[in-house]
Design a protein around this ligand. Structure first.
Ligand SMILES: *Cc1c(COP(=O)(O)O)cnc(C)c1O
Length: 356
């Protein structure tokens, strides 16, 4: 399939666009969406860009019953000069296929998916906001649509890309958050689907998210599902610790999502000659470091926030304060550098940005 095969049906009248100052996250959607369908024996077919609109499915569509669904999340950034930038999007589509494979969903042609995205953004480009730290959030996803409730991998799917202009994650600059250590529920297990961006992983994490909110904190720290001893992720972000001058992040496994931001942070730190270890790190080690004053920084990484500095962990009746609870120079420098590259304020020496 190539670009010429993407049929375009334009919206007759453009929707009213929200004010750049009142975007929030994921509440507004652009004029158009991309869609293509899959049928067993036929493969992916009928790629098209059509007006953003509801879709119609049978109540028996398999996604409603067995949750066969996968998604991605990335952003398009408007630079000062007006150009629109994507940040390492080929990684998101590669990961999409890894996730799909785990859920028995047929693969996409990654280059074609990126072409479709580029074309969609081109058509809806005026929806890319330009106020500081705003962006166009990109949500590709696939759902199982066969009308059948016998348990088996669906024979039909819909792949779509929708776009949502979003406001700044931090309204008033980086603000460190408190995290609660989840010791009851787990997000992922060995042999499970933790490494995939599967909708099911989100469904099972909401109970803990709700607990965190009841405790008045932002996110949970996930421990491994086997020993409940090792740190895995924080909310829907990867997690980093700076202990005694060097940086540690849990090494990837089948229960950890391989974040694009995580990979970028590691590459940046190495380019700054900071030592980065990807290894198992126990909660006990973090506790000890907090006690003896060597836990200098901790932060989450992900597309939405880029860097989320952590002020404190709450574990049962223990509290672990990170550094002085106020300053986070490394997290701040990483945030400034990555967002600088994304918005074209800093030269991209890594070849991460793709201009549309
Ligand atoms: C999406 C996601 C991340 C962050 O990945 P990025 O590619 O950096 O956005 C981390 N953990 C989980 C569980 C995720 O779903």
């Amino acid at each position: 399939m190539s670009r010429h095969n993407i049929r375009v049906e334009r919206r007759k009248e453009q929707k009213e666009r929200p004010d750049d100052g009142k975007l929030g996250f994921g509440k507004h959607f652009t004029d158009h969406m991309f869609r293509m369908d899959y049928a067993d024996g036929k493969g992916w077919h009928d790629p098209r860009i059509v007006p953003y609109q509801p879709i119609s499915l049978e109540p028996s569509a398999m996604v409603f019953h067995y949750g066969q669904a996968v998604f991605e999340g990335m952003k398009a950034y408007r630079s000062k000069g007006g150009a629109i930038h994507l940040f390492r999007p080929e990684r998101n589509f590669a990961r999409f296929n890894v996730s799909s494979e785990r859920m028995c969903i047929p693969r996409l042609d990654e280059a074609f998916a990126l072409e479709a995205l580029t074309k969609l953004i081109g058509i809806d480009k005026d929806w890319t906001p330009s106020a500081e730290n705003t962006a166009l959030y990109i949500r590709p996803f696939v759902i199982a649509t066969e009308a059948a409730i016998g348990v088996h991998p669906s024979l039909q799917y819909i792949f779509m890309i929708i776009l949502s202009p979003v406001g700044p994650y931090y309204a008033e600059g980086l603000a460190p958050v408190t995290i609660f250590v989840e010791d009851e529920y787990v997000r992922a297990v060995r042999g499970g689907s933790g490494f995939a961006k599967a909708s099911a992983n989100y469904a099972i994490s909401m109970k803990s998210q709700e607990k965190a909110i009841k405790k008045g904190v932002a996110q949970v720290l996930w421990l491994d599902g086997v020993e409940r001893k090792y740190v895995e992720e924080v909310g829907t972000m990867n997690v980093f610790f700076k202990i005694n001058g060097s940086v540690v992040t849990p090494r990837l496994s089948d229960s950890i999502l391989p974040g694009v931001t995580r990979a970028s942070v590691i590459e940046l730190l190495k380019s700054w000659d900071v030592e980065v270890a990807e290894r198992r790190i126990s909660l006990e080690e973090v506790k000890k470091a907090a006690e003896d004053g060597t836990l200098e920084e901790a932060f989450g990484t992900g597309t939405a926030s880029v860097i989320a500095p952590i002020r404190k962990f709450i574990s049962g009746s223990d509290e672990m304060v990170v550094g002085d609870g106020k300053n986070y120079p490394m997290a701040g420098k990483l945030y400034d550098t990555i967002t600088g590259i994304q918005y074209g304020r800093i030269e991209d020496n890594f070849g991460w940005v793709r201009k549309i």
